[in-house]
Design a protein around this ligand. Structure first.
Ligand SMILES: Cc1cc2nc3c(=O)[nH]c(=O)nc-3n(C[C@H](O)[C@H](O)[C@H](O)COP(=O)(O)OP(=O)(O)OC[C@H]3O[C@@H](n4cnc5c(N)ncnc54)[C@H](O)[C@@H]3O)c2cc1C
Length: 396
């Protein structure tokens, strides 16, 4: 146990000093910390790479890092399944998988997140037919608030669909079984385009590319189209786009980007068909009210539906729209002004990014909310894995 050290998240907007820091070396170590917390009436929050910008991991009690639990522990070549430890980051996962000619089906925009953290908040990339990253999970091992180990697999869809995106509220996950895909070389291209041309061709861009998203830039009202397809598919480039960049490689090498500038972000997921109208309303509002002090782009992506209880894409193919602001500039009034637009389109907030909803507003967005909460009560009746923020956003 290490004592008193200040911690801050990636953007610096969340800072606190936990009373104790634990870095267990294996599942039994995790279990022992949980048993001690139970005995001493303490809470535990487990952290990944600290990239979330809401206070999911804040605690004045026990702060647990799983950075020692990393790597691949098993590989089943006949099903392309692997068993990974939760402290492995996305970049390392890509490197380990490629040794077996395998790949994740997608990644988000960066590769620093730990698997445990990325899955727990519904981290996603973009692609009409591609689910969020938690869609890879076919099983996991979870230590609950009694110190009991649950070996969860597809034969227990209730627990599996709750554990895939759990915000760390059900227990601590000590390993994941993941469905991977055979690795292919991909080509990733970026094009500048007029916003109108992008919107007129939006359906074709979304349906015609394995991965597609676009950035819209408030200052010049242009977009940057980003498309990515298997090299062998030889997909035609958009005639209305001016080439800006092209890379070829394995997905884990070309999808994630380096992010030097720090930002704050609000992101909502909406039904796929609402995306264009919602985007247009936000674009109009930014041009009218915000572009003199917000130069940051907004990002438009698509995510395939799933059946995960707390997935923002639960039961609906989705569009996600992210608004960003430099982390050293004022962002709250901008986010506050745009958030009602997201909500009017039935948006569900990204669990790791800024939003103002509490359990009252979230409950009605998730048809399987009660199933998740019931399981949480069973697995953690004493609230060992809760903090003030989770109490606000979950039914506690
Ligand atoms: C620069 C940047 C780029 C980003 N890009 C994207 C993107 O493209 N797409 C996207 O969807 N999101 C994106 N995000 C959001 C990011 O993916 C999420 O915040 C993600 O949760 C971060 O992972 P982490 O390892 O830092 O987790 P943390 O922020 O440290 O933790 C997140 C949650 O996971 C829980 N957790 C961690 N490990 C475990 C475990 N073993 N068992 C149980 N619970 C656990 C924690 O308790 C916490 O609730 C981005 C964030 C940043 C800062």
């Amino acid at each position: 146990m290490k004592m008193k050290k200040k911690w801050q998240n990636w953007s610096g907007s969340i800072r606190f000093t936990p009373r104790e820091i634990e870095k267990p070396r294996d599942e039994e170590g995790v279990r022992q910390v949980i048993l001690r917390a139970k005995m001493e009436g303490k809470q535990i929050r487990v952290v990944g790479a600290g990239h979330s910008s809401v206070p999911l991991v804040v605690t004045d009690n026990i702060f647990m890092s799983l950075e020692e639990l990393k790597g691949m522990v098993d590989h089943n070549p006949s099903h392309n399944r692997v068993v990974m430890l939760p402290g492995t980051d996305i970049k390392e996962t890509g490197k380990l998988l490629i040794k077996h000619k395998l790949s994740m089906h997608n990644t988000g925009d960066v590769d620093k997140q730990f698997l445990g953290g990325a899955f727990a908040t519904g981290t996603h990339g973009s692609g009409r037919k591609l689910q969020n990253l938690a869609g890879m999970i076919t099983g996991c091992r979870l230590v609950d608030g009694h110190g009991k180990i649950h070996d969860i697999d597809e034969n227990d869809p209730l627990k599996l669909n709750a554990a895939k995106i759990s915000l760390g509220a059900l227990g601590i996950i000590t390993q994941f079984t993941l469905q991977t895909v055979p690795a292919d070389k991909f080509i990733r291209q970026e094009f500048w385009s007029r916003t109108e041309a992008c919107l007129e061709n939006l359906d074709k861009l979304i349906e015609g590319n394995t991965m597609f998203d676009f950035y819209w830039y408030p200052r010049n009202d242009l977009v940057k189209l980003r498309i990515c397809n298997r090299a062998e598919d030889k997909v035609q480039r958009p005639a209305y786009g001016v080439p800006a960049k092209e890379q070829e490689g394995w997905l884990y090498q070309i999808l994630p980007q380096e992010r030097d500038l720090k930002f704050e972000e609000m992101e909502y997921l909406l039904p796929l068909e609402s995306g264009p109208d919602c985007f247009q309303e936000i674009r109009k509002r930014i041009k009218e009210k915000h572009r003199h002090y917000v130069g940051w782009r907004i990002l438009y992506r698509t995510i395939a539906a799933d059946e995960v209880f707390l997935s923002p894409s639960f039961s609906q193919d989705s569009v996600s729209i992210s608004i960003l602001q430099n982390n050293e500039l004022e962002y709250q009034s901008y986010f506050d002004d745009i958030e009602p637009i997201f909500r009017a389109y039935g948006g569900r907030p990204h669990w790791a990014k800024k939003h103002s909803l509490t359990a009252e507003g979230l409950r009605c967005l998730y048809p399987k909310w009660e199933q998740f909460m019931q399981l949480r009560r069973e697995l953690d009746p004493e609230g060992i894995f809760l903090n003030d923020y989770l109490k606000q956003i979950l039914d506690v």
